[in-house]
Design a protein around this ligand. Structure first.
Ligand code: FES
Length: 192
């Protein structure tokens, strides 16, 4: 053993250590990597910058929906960025039921107010994509099964959403997603 440590000593001695115990060769490697890193970062920025969507592309990715024809208790199914989108107009009874359940213990707690816009609490806009494994829930079309809570029902594995799109029963982990949207007039909603 003493012989082996004696054999390695000259090699270490030829690479003087810095005050931190780092050998000069290591510094060269670190410096080379750092330079490559900086070069990589400076190359990356213009690429990322070119990849950022333009205002035209962003505008094209939003969807305007006229909600005036949707009667209380009705839903429509449309698409947003190639995904199903549900727009539902709640009846006064559904609004009252949803509010009464606001304080109920839920898997993904949320109030009706937090899922709608002020002054438009009767309009619920959600993605029509079950948060379990992505099936399209039933309940948006006339006569479809709305599940045990009167909202939407996912037949794939039995998730039940209430009238506010909140998960109430079944394997889905979270509420139906409410996308970014805003009312651009009393009757038109811009989603996205
Ligand atoms: S995908 Fe909806 S319950 Fe599984």
């Amino acid at each position: 053993m003493a012989e082996m440590s004696g054999a390695t000593t000259p090699a270490v001695a030829s690479e003087p250590e810095t005050g931190d115990g780092v050998r000069r060769r290591d510094w060269i490697h670190i410096a080379a990597l750092s330079t490559a890193g900086v070069g990589g970062a400076s190359l990356l920025f213009p690429l990322v910058s070119q990849m950022a969507p333009s205002a035209d592309v962003l505008a094209a990715s939003s969807t305007d929906i006229d909600v005036s024809a949707i009667q209380p208790g009705q839903s429509i199914k449309t698409t947003f960025r190639k995904q199903p989108l549900f727009v539902k107009r709640l009846t006064p009874q559904e609004i009252a039921a949803a509010k009464a359940d606001d304080a109920t213990d839920m898997r993904d707690p949320a109030t009706l107010a937090s899922r709608t816009k002020e002054g438009h609490e009767d309009i619920l806009i959600t993605m029509g994509v079950c948060t379990h494994l992505g099936c399209v829930p039933l309940g948006a079309a006339e006569g479809e099964n709305k599940g045990e809570f009167g909202g939407y029902f996912c037949p794939c594995h039995g998730s039940h959403y209430d009238v506010a799109g909140r998960i109430r029963k079944g394997p889905a982990p979270t509420n139906l997603l409410v996308p970014e949207y805003a009312f651009s007039s009393d009757t038109v909603v811009r989603v996205g």
